[in-house]
Design a protein around this ligand. Sequence first.
Ligand code: ZN
Length: 400
Amino acid sequence: MASVTATFLALTRPGNTAPTASTEGGRNSQGKDSTTDAAGEPAWDGRTKVIGDGSTSYTGPPTGQLKAEPLKPGEKPPQFVVFSWDGGLEGDDHLFSHYRELAKQYDAHMTFFLTGIYLLPKSEKDLYHPPQHSVGSAAISFPTDEHIRTTLGQLAEAWKDGNEIGTHFNGHFCGAKGGGDWSVQEWKSEIDQFFSFVEKWKTNTGYKDIAPLPFDFRKEVTGGRAPCLEGQKNLLTAGKSYGWRYDASSAGDFQIWPTKKNGIWDFPLQMLPYEGGKYQGLSMDFNFLYNQSGGETQGDPAKFPEWEQETVRSYMDGFNRVYYGSRAPLFIGNHFEDWNGGIYMKAIDQVVKNVCTKQGVKCVSFRELTAWLDAQKPETLERLRSLDPAQSPDWSTVVK
Ligand SMILES: [Zn+2]
């Protein structure tokens, strides 16, 4: 059944389908009057469809999504900000639930890149056959049984809130024999295994008391972020065969309006001004850590307050550069970690509060941004891409 769905998806994602008003309000409209929904798929008949062993279900398209409309002549584009999370485990730190609640509070949607083995119990680890590594191995820890339960709870709620679930793949292998060394076939194997873990958690855990997740991973997952941002070239080719629409696995230059690579939207982490613009660094927690504590995950606690403010300042400098300039979307990627006393989490809390409340700002998921970009005229996007980040143009010459 699952593979049929995948084939179907690949055939019915025409890439440039302009989403219609039915994306707004989602479930309420139920699509009963039309024969297809925003993504060009057959309209949902309003009934929950349980999939496979009962681990997942289809309950209609995600609700409350951004309305993807083309800009009107002379209109200033919204300032999009995407907060994205690699891993997505709800552990004892409760960071998944914290960010889900924060998103709700500030009317934001976020992208949670789920690691597939976070729904695979350690006792079943030999079900994982990672490319170029031994059976049952992973570069990260398998979850505890309790954390599988808590993560399932957060995934369901996050999706119902209108957030997006993407993939961070499975074993988190970097460096030699990691994603950067994988062939297209090996990436496909990694992706197929991701789907098998997240679609069969009920069989693998034996948790019969938990309701099916309210979404179908084959429809929900339309992109991911590769561990350590390695291997995008072959991953893009692999992702295309699943009908994926974007990839967030690259390290970009400055804050430029996105472009497509190999027919898929490329959403890189971006270079932001570090230390007041002395140099530029990547918009990811690990890169602040690397520069501040030399890669030590717990550096000198006396420095934490200063480093936290430095991190907030970089994000805000990067944000302001485009908010008052080209309006290129800002991409921020973090992990659920307590590095340096949790300062990178606290920094994000502040940034969410500072930016998602500003006029013209839309804190959205990568999926929403993808739909919005696909709704724009190619010439408009071409002109937007030609802007320098800090360049504030006469919008009537850019958006015609
Ligand atoms: Zn990662």
